[in-house]
Structures are given as C-alpha cells and as structure tokens.
Design a protein around this ligand. Structure first.
Ligand code: DC
Length: 223
C-alpha cells in the first residue's frame, strides 16, 4: 500500500503542496494538523483550559473529543464528536489551542491510532510533524519539506497582504521562529527529519517546482 509521509515546519506549504500532489496521483490527503486543531476546538468548546494537561487527557479518555475524518469528492472533512468542523478549525484560536494540546501524550496516542488506521485502508499521503518518525515509520516515501524561516515568513506576509492586512515582516518572522522552537523542542514526538527522509527545500522553488520535485520522488519509489 502506497503511503507518503510529509513532515516539516510551519509555513513550508505542506498542506497546499500535499493537496496538489494527491490530486495528480489520485490518492487521498490526510492533513493531520486538522485533527490536532479539531481536538483544540473540542477542548475550548468544553470549557477546558488547553494548558491543563490532566483535564485535556480526561476529556480525551472519556470520549469528549472524538475526532474523525471522512472524504467528500476527495476533500477531507474533519469531524469532532460527529460535528463537521472543517471551516472552524482554521481560526487562529483553534491553531493556538492545537499547538497546546498537541504536546500531550494522550492526545497524540488517540490521533496517531486513527491516522494509522486510515493509512492502512487506502493509498494515502499524510502531512504533519511526526508522520515519518512516529505515525508511519515504514512509509513508502518520507519527505521533509522545509524552507528558510525568512522564505516562510515572506509567504505568510504575502498571504496576509492578499487578505488586505498590513502585517510587519519582523513580527511574522519571530512568530515563525517561535513556532519552530516549540515544535522542535517539545518532549513528545518533536518535529525532526526522519533518518531516511528526503529533504526538499522549497526556499527557491515556486509551487509547481515543489510539486514536481515531490512527484519525481514518488515516481522513483512507485515505479
Ligand atoms: O499544521 P497545523 O498548523 O494545522 O498544525 C496544528 C498544530 O498541530 C501545530 O501546533 C502542530 C501540531 N501538529 C502536530 O503536533 N503533529 C502533527 N502530525 C500535525 C500537527
């Protein structure tokens, strides 16, 4: 069964690149960050403090943050406790809560189990932080998609400018660096490149060039 793992830091473009690679390969894309965001949302909606590990763990263990994923026309729909939260999880608040709850072993255990099940059922590409190292150690192909902090901050700046905002580059760059630090130094399943992952640095590549670089790697393992 074909399984592709893409890990990398925030702002490397994992999700949009992964979506396009999957569309061209005709396989499903599992955005695992969406699942952490869904837990973050369930936690805040239940009135639980995302910083309170014991309370978050209790909520997960009593079935109060059941995350599931289904596909509609190839697109991921993310559910929590049976409710479609695909749109809601894109908020800044859900991202912040996700970043807190993704540090907890109980949350990771619950989501990793579901991610492995999904990847067993069909050919898939999973993107996240720990796919090559923890979720799918035997993936057919592991990619570490990265770009310099400056390139990632610049892309974020452009996205915000397109929305009519006037953000400050230095502020975005320090956010990118802070998120990297948090993702790479957390105790449980930190972001790191798997020993057998291929690094794709997209700092000087555009969208299409990055997609092509990944498709070439897939072709090499998939024949
Ligand atoms: O990629 P994202 O911003 O949607 O991820 C949301 C949060 O979840 C982010 O803080 C990193 C975390 N995450 C994780 O710990 N492991 C994953 N496999 C995917 C995301």
């Amino acid at each position: 069964m074909l399984s592709i793992a893409i890990d990398g830091p925030v702002g490397a473009g994992k999700s949009t690149i992964a979506d396009e690679v999957c569309r061209r390969l005709g396989i499903l894309h599992l955005d695992t960050g969406a699942m952490y965001r869904a837990v973050g949302l369930a936690v805040t909606a239940s009135g639980v403090d995302p910083q309170d590990e014991a309370a978050v763990t209790a909520l997960c263990e009593t079935g109060g943050a059941r995350v599931d994923v289904r596909y509609e026309n190839g697109a991921q729909v993310t559910l929590v406790n049976g409710r479609d939260v695909t749109g809601l999880i894109r908020s800044q608040e859900a991202g912040t809560a996700a970043s807190a709850v993704s540090r907890y072993a109980a949350v990771r255990r619950m989501l990793v189990a579901r991610q492995r099940e999904l990847a067993r059922e069909q050919p898939m590409l999973l993107d996240g932080r720990d796919i090559g190292t923890v979720v799918l150690p035997d993936a057919s192909l592991k990619i570490y998609l990265t770009a310099s902090p400056e390139a990632r901050a610049m892309r974020r700046l452009k996205q915000l400018e397109e929305k009519g905002e006037h953000p400050d580059f230095d502020a975005i760059l320090s956010e990118v660096n802070a998120r990297d630090h948090q993702d790479m130094t957390r105790a449980v399943d930190p972001l790191r490149k798997a020993a057998d992952a291929v690094e794709v640095d997209s700092s000087d590549l555009n969208f299409e060039e990055t997609v092509q670089a990944i498709l070439r790697l897939v072709e090499a393992v998939n024949g």
